[in-house]
Design a protein around this ligand. Structure first.
Ligand SMILES: Cc1cc2nc3c(=O)[nH]c(=O)nc-3n(C[C@H](O)[C@H](O)[C@H](O)COP(=O)(O)OP(=O)(O)OC[C@H]3O[C@@H](n4cnc5c(N)ncnc54)[C@H](O)[C@@H]3O)c2cc1C
Length: 219
C-alpha cells in the first residue's frame, strides 16, 4: 500500500546520492545536476548484487563491472571511459542455443537479458552515466563467446563445486597429449591458466632440468 508522509522540515536519505536520484521522478531534478558527468573518484571494479535472497550463482542477479580507463586513461578518448559489464557465468546457455543469431527473437532476447547489465552500470556509476550517451555499445551473449572465442557452449569455464568435484589433470588417455588452460587444474583465471601451462611444461622435462631451473632462480 502506498503511504504518504509529509515532512515538515526536510527529507534526509542515507542511500547514496546516485541511488536517491534513481528514486526521484526525472522531471524533479534539473538536467544540469544529472549531467555533471561521471564522478572523479570512480573505482575500477564494481559488483552489483540485485537480490541476496536468490543467491549469487543464479541468473540475472550479480553483475560485475570493470572500468579499466580509470587506471589507463589512454584506453579511451579524453573525458570518456570504456567499461565492461558481465554476469559471472550465470547465463543459461539453453536460452540461446535454440536461437539463430540473425533472428529477431535473438535480438529481442539480447535486449531483454542485457537490461540487467545496463541497470547495474547505472546504479554503480551514478546519475552521471547515461546509456543514451554511450558512443559504442557492444552486447555479447553465450553464442558470441562460442563464436568469437571458440568457447564450448560459450562458457567461462567449468562450474566445479567445492568438495564435490575437482578440475581434471593435464594428461589424457592418448599418450603424450596434454591439455592445459581453464578447463584443467588449477582452474579458471589468467594466473591459473598460466600455472596449468607451467605444470605441463614441467611434466615434459626431466627432474635434472627442474633442478637446473631451481638453481638458476636461486631456490
Ligand atoms: C568476461 C570474462 C572476464 C574475465 N575476467 C577475468 C579476470 O578479471 N581475471 C582473471 O584472471 N580471469 C578472468 N577471466 C577468465 C580468464 O579470462 C580465462 O580463464 C582465461 O583467459 C582462459 O584462458 P585459456 O587459455 O584457458 O582459454 P582461452 O583464452 O579461451 O584460449 C583457448 C584458445 O583456444 C582456441 N581454440 C579453440 N578451439 C580451437 C580450434 N579448434 N583450433 C584452434 N584454436 C582453437 C580459442 O580460439 C582460444 O583462443 C574472465 C573471463 C571472462 C569470459
Amino acid at each position: 500500500m502506498l503511504q504518504f508522509i509529509r515532512a515538515k522540515k526536510a527529507v534526509v536519505g542515507n542511500a547514496s546520492i546516485w541511488d536517491t536520484l534513481n528514486l526521484l521522478p526525472k522531471e524533479a531534478v534539473p538536467n544540469s545536476y544529472m549531467e555533471r558527468g561521471i564522478r572523479e573518484d570512480l573505482g575500477i571494479h564494481h559488483t552489483v548484487v540485485n537480490d541476496w535472497e536468490r543467491g549469487v550463482d543464479v541468473d540475472q542477479t550479480v553483475v560485475l563491472i570493470s572500468v579499466p580507463s580509470v587506471l589507463s586513461q589512454d584506453l579511451a578518448p579524453h573525458g570518456k571511459h570504456i567499461l565492461h559489464a558481465c554476469t559471472p557465468g550465470t547465463e543459461p546457455f539453453e536460452l540461446w542455443d535454440v536461437l539463430d543469431r540473425r533472428s529477431s527473437e535473438y535480438k529481442k532476447l539480447k535486449s531483454e537479458r542485457s537490461e540487467v547489465l545496463w541497470r547495474a552500470v547505472e546504479r554503480a556509476l551514478g546519475p552521471g552515466f547515461s546509456r543514451d550517451n554511450c558512443e559504442v555499445k557492444l552486447v555479447g551473449t553465450p553464442l558470441t563467446h562460442q563464436r568469437f572465442l571458440r568457447r564450448n557452449r560459450g562458457t567461462y569455464g567449468p562450474a566445479i563445486q567445492i568438495g564435490k568435484d575437482s578440475f581434471v589433470g593435464h594428461s589424457t588417455p592418448i599418450p603424450q597429449l596434454y591439455c592445459c588452460g581453464d578447463s584443467t587444474l588449477p582452474g579458471i583465471g589468467v594466473p591459473a591458466v598460466g600455472a596449468s601451462g607451467a605444470i605441463v611444461a614441467n611434466s615434459l622435462v626431466p627432474i635434472s632440468q627442474h633442478s637446473q631451473l631451481l638453481d638458476a632462480i636461486g631456490i
